[in-house]
Design a protein around this ligand. Structure first.
Ligand code: ATP
Length: 238
């Protein structure tokens, strides 16, 4: 199974947010999407999940043209994304937040309750289940965001800066969780990440954007050896 973006261009007025970018995500792999602020990473994730229509280019899911699909159709077909700012219902408990996502997929209340607890257990959040979402730490809020995404039974999971605001220990733990999700759900994962050490460790492939364009792509070793990447990230004489 493959989620594929071909020659995607997105403009906002005069801003070229994404320009002629192609990216392929296979089931069972973790791809890192990196680049400086404003590089177009979130915009590309928005296109890949139906939250933004591209001006040009094509999105295909397992070969089927999905370019004009609305977001809910991507989600129904297993393309699930998280947001930089986690969107939880603050007054509901953690368990209810996950239940709501499950009910949204058509599950009955009772089944949703049981499955929500299973997902929370899987993510090590059992102790948080009864807490109101507004009482969560930033790191736990992120993990509940992922729990809600898992409730949608993803085949492709698009994570927008899941480690933002975490300390290094929490971020490393999150990486282990992401790798476990890939293995247990055999889904393809695209992860926007700023910490190079983490991204190198976690991802089989990297896709580097700069001012909307692809700067480099390949395995972490290939990207590290790419002159354009070295110039941009490590300084011209690195
Ligand atoms: P960050 O790391 O800061 O999240 P990013 O790589 O995700 O950045 P995008 O958020 O995709 O980058 O933004 C790419 C460019 O498009 C930026 O110049 C941004 O200001 C612009 N942009 C993004 N969304 C919109 C919008 N809805 N309207 C106008 N401009 C936008």
């Amino acid at each position: 199974m493959t989620l594929e973006a071909s020659a995607i261009t997105v403009r906002f007025g005069g801003i070229r947010a994404v320009e002629d970018v192609s990216l392929r995500l296979h089931q069972g792999e973790i791809v890192g999407l990196i680049g400086p602020n404003g590089a177009g990473k979130t915009t590309l994730v928005n296109v890949l999940s139906g939250f933004q229509r591209p001006r040009a280019g094509r999105i295909a899911l397992n070969g089927e043209d999905a370019t004009r699909w609305p977001a809910h159709r991507f989600a129904r077909n297993g393309v699930v994304r998280t947001f930089q700012a986690v969107r939880l219902y603050p007054g509901m408990t953690v368990a209810e937040n996950v239940e709501t996502a499950l009910v949204g997929t058509g599950l009955g209340r009772a089944a949703a309750r049981g499955q929500a607890l299973e997902i929370l257990n899987y993510l090590g959040l059992t102790g948080r289940a009864a807490l109101p979402a507004k009482a969560l730490s930033y790191g736990d809020e992120r993990r509940v965001g992922i729990a809600r995404a898992l409730a949608m039974e993803p085949r492709f999971l698009l994570l927008d800066e899941p480690a933002a605001g975490l300390n290094i220990g929490e971020a490393e733990e999150l990486d282990r969780t992401i790798a476990r999700i890939r293995d247990d759900f055999s889904c393809g994962i695209l992860v926007i990440e700023h910490n190079m050490a983490l991204v190198m460790n976690l991802c089989e492939r990297l896709h580097v954007l700069a001012t909307g364009r692809t700067l480099a792509e390949g395995t972490p070793a290939e990207v590290m050896a790419n002159p354009a990447f070295k110039d941009a990230y490590l300084g011209a004489d690195a």
